[in-house]
Design a protein around this ligand. Structure first.
Ligand SMILES: [Zn+2]
Ligand SMILES: [Zn+2]
Length: 154
C-alpha cells in the first residue's frame, strides 16, 4: 500500500498515523496471501522488535472495522486479513491452509436469494475448499543423497 494511501486513510478516519499503523498496513499489503496476526507480527517485528502482538491485532481490527482492510476467516482457523477490499473469492487449501484469491466474473453476478427474514445482503464472497497445486501434486520421488565416499574432487 503506497505511503500516500496510508496517510489518506488515516486522515479520512481521523486516526493519527503512527509508525505502528504504517508498518502494519505496509506489511499486510506486501503479503497477498491473507496473513494471520501471527504472520504479520513476525513480519513487523523485524523492523520494530518492540511491537506487541496485541498492538498488531488492535491495528488490524481497527482498520478492518473501518473497512480499509478485510478480515477473512474460516472455521477452525485463525482470522486472516487482506488489504484488498473489492469483491473477490477465495480458494482454501484444506491441507496446508493456503488461501488464494479467485477472480471470476460469473461469480460476481449470481442471483441473490430473496430473503423473507428481513436480512439484507450487502456483499458476498465465495470460498472454494480443496487442495492447492502444491498439495495435490503427486509426491516427487526423493532423490537419495549418495555418499561419495572414497571420491574426492580436486
Ligand atoms: Zn495446500
Ligand atoms: Zn482475498
Amino acid at each position: 500500500m503506497p505511503e500516500a494511501d496510508i496517510e489518506r486513510i488515516c486522515r479520512q478516519h481521523s486516526l493519527p498515523l503512527t509508525a505502528q499503523r504504517r508498518i502494519v498496513l505496509q506489511a499486510l499489503s506486501l503479503r497477498p496471501t491473507h496473513p494471520t496476526v501471527d504472520d504479520l507480527w513476525s513480519d513487523v517485528r523485524q523492523a520494530m522488535p518492540e511491537i506487541s502482538r496485541t498492538t498488531v491485532y488492535r491495528i488490524l481490527e481497527t482498520f478492518a472495522h473501518l473497512g480499509v482492510i478485510r478480515k477473512v476467516g474460516h472455521p477452525d482457523s485463525a482470522a486472516r486479513y487482506e488489504s484488498r477490499t473489492s469483491r473477490h473469492h477465495h480458494l482454501l487449501c484444506l491441507q496446508c491452509g493456503r488461501m488464494e484469491d479467485l477472480d471470476d466474473a460469473s461469480l460476481d453476478t449470481i442471483r441473490l436469494p430473496g430473503l423473507k427474514t428481513g436480512f439484507q445482503i450487502e456483499d458476498y464472497s465465495i470460498q472454494f475448499r480443496g487442495l492447492c497445486s502444491r498439495c495435490s501434486a503427486p509426491a516427487k520421488p526423493r532423490l537419495k543423497r549418495r555418499k561419495t565416499a572414497g571420491r574426492t574432487k580436486a
